[in-house]
Write a protein that binds this ligand. Sequence first.
Ligand code: PDD
Length: 286
Amino acid sequence: MSQTLIAYVNGDFIPLQNATIHIEDRGFQFADGIYEVIACFGGTFLDLQAHLNRLQRSCEAVRIPLPCALSEIATLVLQTYERNPYSDAMVYIQITRGVAPRSHLPQGELKPTLIITSRQLPKPTDAKLASGVHAITLKDIRWKHCEIKSIALLASVLGKQEAALQQADEAFWLDEEDHILEGCATNVLAIIHGALVTHPLDHQVLGGITRDMAIRAACEHSLTVEERAWKLGETGLTEIMMSSTTNAVMPICFINHQAVADGEPGVLTMQIRKWMIEAMDTLRRE
Ligand code: PDD
């Protein structure tokens, strides 16, 4: 009979087949975590300290507190290795920000999730070594596909954290030429010379359903709509708003601590919002 594999999960060693984490773990919801893989040869880990140091650096870079001291993690790594049947093993350490109701901005003190597993270290066959491997080249797409509503949201989480540190509600991403692309969890639209302007749909923005709704409402009421790249500081820019399922449209009154126009919600923004809310109200049944 094959030996039961054992995983370490948040304080317990348990059979791998029973090892689960909560569905609201931020690793699952946002890819909000980091990991390491360490090779072990007959009980001796290769460059263990270098892996632990990188683990610590990764945690610091994404502002996840270490779940326990590095020396304790080293002990848990060894214990996980010893509870599993592989002499030559690869031990995985995964740390996420923890479990919380889904919100990009982590709320309150979270307890980081720590899991450790040990699997057999794969070894290339002699045939593979003799033939070598084939590779291909690709344009680097890491991560340049914002049109995909992917759960790989670590950058958005970091953007929201930075916004919160600066007492702001949202951060807007800029391209190389400082065009405004979109927010961490919103699309961004502006009123420029009376027209509703927003970045065109491409790989740099998510095609927001609410963005479409705002555009539709504007068109239905004969506002000009321009889908084009735009920047802060353009002449004629009088209003900025963000859109998302959770916001409809929301006026942006300050950007980088400076008032947009007079620092009050824009008139057209609030008009578009009213049209959208009216459309939403018709969905409610008595
Ligand atoms: N976020 N852009 C990004 C990067 C988003 O994550 C979202 C939505 C939007 C707006 O899309 P829509 O209008 O379809 O909601 C644009 C959701 C609200 C979230 O992650 O919670």
